[in-house]
Each structure stands twice: as C-alpha cells, then as structure tokens.
Design a binder for this molecule. Structure first.
Ligand code: LLP
Length: 435
C-alpha cells in the first residue's frame, strides 16, 4: 500500500507509453482518459471486455502515411490491409481520410464495400481465392486482383471470359526475410504466398499473353511486425530484376510498439525507405502502393477488462473477463503486451507494482494475456487496460468457451459511441437450424 500511495503522487510525471493511442492521457487522479473519455466510465457504460478505438488516432496515422508519400511522390496510393481490423466503422474512417483498401476474402470485400471504399481502389488478395470470390470481385468492380499462383491465372481467365480484361498484379515472393515471428513471415522462398523468384518470369509471360488479364505490375509483402527497414529495401531490390512495370505494390509490414521497450521506425522513415529504394532501383514515376494494416490501426485501440479474481500461489494470477477470445496474439505468436490498472497507473521502471500474470477466463493454461506485468495493488473489480490491441484483436476474436465477442466503441472529443455491439447468447445460437 505504501508503494501505491507513492504512485498516486506520480500522475503529473506519469508518461503514457507510446503503445497507447494519441489523444490519451492520465488525469490528475491517475485515471486513464481516452479520446476525452474516462476509461472507468467507458467500462461502466459499455461493459468489459471492450475494444476502445480513439478515432483521432486512426485519422492521424492515416494522414501521416498519406503525407509521407505525398512528400516524395505524386503517383501513389495507401491501402488499408483490412484484415487487421475488419470493421465497417474503421473502414469508413479510413476511406474518409482518402485511404484505399486491400481485402483478402469475399467477406472482407463485403465489409470494405459497406465501409464506403471505392471498388476501383480495392485490391483483392488471397492464396486460395474461390471461383465465387473472383466472381464477387468482378461483380463489385474491384480495381485490381492480385494473382497468387498458376491455378488462379486459369480460374480468373475463366471468370473474366469474354468480358473486359481484369487489371491484375502478380504476387512475388522475393526471398527476403524480415526479423519477425515465423508465423507472420511471408517473404522467404518456401512460402505459401506468391510466385517464387524462379517461377515469376514464366508467370509474368503467361499473364502478359492473356487477353483476359491486364498485368499492371508486381506485388510483394514480406511479413508483418517488422521493426527494421533494411528487409523492405532488399525486397524491392530483389524484384527489380523481374522487368519494368507501371505499378508496384510494396505490401505492408511496418511494426508497431506494443510496449515502451519497442522502437518501431517512424511511418515517415518507413515510407522514405520504400519510396527512395523504389525510385532508385525500379525507376522514377512508377505507381507505388503500400498496404499497412497494423501500423494504421494497432495503437488506436485499447482493450478494457474487469478483474474477476486475484489468486496468489507461486505467482499472482490476475484473472479478467476476456483473454484468448478477444486477443489471440500472445498465444499464437508469443506477443508481449503491457497492462495497467486503469485508475492506478505506474511506470514499472520505478517499481511499486505487484509482479503479476494477467490471465484470461478460458479453460486452458495457455490463456495468459501478459506473462510478466507489474500491476498496482490489483483487486477484484479493477478495470485493466491493455494497449495496442487494434490490429488483429477484433479480427481474430472468437467464441471459445461460449464467450460473446466484445463491442467496438469509438471515442472522440469526449463522446463515445458503439460501432459494433457486444455479441449476445442468442448470437451464439443464431446459426442453429433445428432450434
Ligand atoms: N498485405 C498483405 C498481402 C498481407 O498479407 C498483410 C498481412 C498486410 C498487407 C498487412 O500487414 P501489416 O501491415 O498488418 O503487417 N495475425 C497476425 C498478422 C498476420 C498478417 C497477415 N497479412 C498478427 O496478429 O500479428
């Protein structure tokens, strides 16, 4: 308790880690404010777990991407990789900021259209697109389809038939590895995505000779949560040997800060590295596309939970009302998150918190959200916040243990609105046929 009162003296000095959204702060009472809204009041009003999205943060990052490109080239487009946060309201915000869209399935296409993206600026990806999905893309007037493999060339030709040719890009695996978790690394030669550097020339020739397809250029995406710039440069250099095209989609992959210890490159430095390399090795005047997912949305969002139990054995287990149903990333990739008690912030470097394991409510031992975190005097009923959950949180949420998926709540200028409601128990049975 002594440590706790000392920490209560700290708020004016307490800096929020960069993992938190812009437009969030700690108030004089040590309580977290998000987009002008009090985190505890948000938890009371909307329940927990809940994803809280700071709309101004989303907008600011979108603007930063666009401005960084505009500073270096006039011929570009920034695409939101919608898999990172497939949510109509998020699409609407990003579309209104002038961002275009990448979809990787018919479902993401439906959401992107609902979210107001111009179909002509939608790019459809996928290593196993079905005939139905290709028809859906054609019917919607999707601007570009990114061809992943030889089977898809034939399937798409059949779908196009005698209709107007489909503009396409060809996905190439440049044989470059960025340092990241192997499950989210895609640039290596032995990848399920794209044509290898060896197979690419024949595939390019095949598509160039197809009357149904109009090859505009190449696509690369070497992986995700990459915290250094050199792999991006090397990947662009690698594909420069494959010919001269009008358009190059340089993929996404820029990493973000999940904790204060991580130092991702700035968006402007990432854009500069890609554009400058492209201009140097691909030539000037090319149309350059980028596909950020995580870097647009991750830090816009926090998850709020409520503590249900504090148990002490070898460790202190602080158990909350969510877990692997709302954030699979710690379990799938060993991703490390921060956590704080929403009205008793501390800086762990100064100590004072209880070393804890923040655990979820699911029926397996792997359901640990943060393995080592200092929480200030954690108690039942406390609201816990984990920052940087905007990317691939809602996207990969599930109903394990019959847990309804959380709502998505937008906050801005002191106002809060639900944009995706919490699931109900009726929703869990909504697909039952026999009742
Ligand atoms: N473009 C393509 C073709 C992609 O496959 C991806 C991500 C992106 C762009 C966006 O990458 P980003 O900028 O978000 O790194 N569920 C994993 C991430 C999987 C990424 C899949 N592809 C996670 O939670 O870390």
């Amino acid at each position: 308790m002594a440590a706790y009162s000392a920490i209560r003296m700290l708020p004016t000095r307490t800096q929020l880690s960069q993992a938190y959204p812009l437009a969030s702060r700690i108030d004089e009472d040590g309580r977290l404010q998000l987009g002008g809204c009090d985190a505890l009041e948000l938890a009371r009003e909307f329940g927990t777990p809940a994803y809280i999205v700071v709309e101004d943060d989303l907008r600011a990052r979108a603007q930063t991407f666009v401005e960084a490109f505009r500073a270096r080239t006039t011929n570009f487009d920034v695409l939101f990789a919608s898999k990172a946060f497939p949510c109509t309201a998020v699409c609407r915000v990003l579309a209104s900021e002038g961002i275009a869209c990448d979809v990787a399935s018919g479902g993401e296409l439906a959401l992107a259209l609902r979210g107001g993206f111009d179909p002509a600026r939608i790019y459809m990806h996928g290593n196993a697109k079905s005939i139905d999905e290709l028809h859906q893309a054609r019917a919607a007037g999707v601007g570009h389809i990114v061809i992943d493999n030889a089977d898809e060339i034939e399937r798409l030709e059949a779908v196009v038939g005698a209709g107007p040719p489909q503009p396409v890009l060809l996905r190439v695996t440049p044989d470059v590895r960025g340092e990241t978790h192997e499950k989210i690394s895609t640039g290596q030669a032995d990848s399920k995505f794209g044509f290898s550097m060896l197979d690419a020339p024949a595939a390019i020739a095949r598509v160039e000779n197809s009357p149904a397809l109009d090859l505009e250029g190449l696509h690369i995406h070497i992986g995700s949560q990459i915290l250094e710039l050199d792999p991006f440069r090397r990947a662009i250099e690698a594909i420069a040997t494959l010919g001269d095209f009008d358009t190059y989609n340089l993929g996404g992959g820029l990493g973000v800060a999940y904790t204060s210890a991580q130092e991702p490159p700035r968006i402007s430095d990432y854009v500069a590295a890609k554009v400058d390399t492209a201009h140097r090795v691909l030539g000037p005047g090319k149309r350059l596309l980028d596909e950020p997912g995580r870097a647009l949305v991750a830090n816009s969002t926090v998850t709020l939970y409520t503590v249900q139990s504090v148990k002490r054995n070898v460790s202190t287990w602080v158990a909350v009302d969510g877990g692997m149903s709302d954030n699979l990333r710690p379990m799938l990739y060993g991703a490390v998150y921060e956590a704080q008690v929403a009205d008793r912030f501390t800086q762990s470097a100064e100590g004072g918190g209880t070393p804890s394991r923040l655990t979820g409510k699911h029926c397996e031992s792997g359901d640990v959200i943060v393995h080592a975190v200092e929480l200030v005097d954690p108690r039942v009923g406390d609201v816990i916040v984990t920052p940087a959950t905007g990317a691939y949180g809602h996207a990969m949420a599930n109903n394990y243990n019959g847990v309804p998926r959380p709502p998505v709540v937008f906050v801005s200028g002191g106002d809060a609105r639900v944009v995706v409601r919490r699931e109900t128990y009726d929703d869990l049975a909504a697909r039952d046929v026999d009742g």
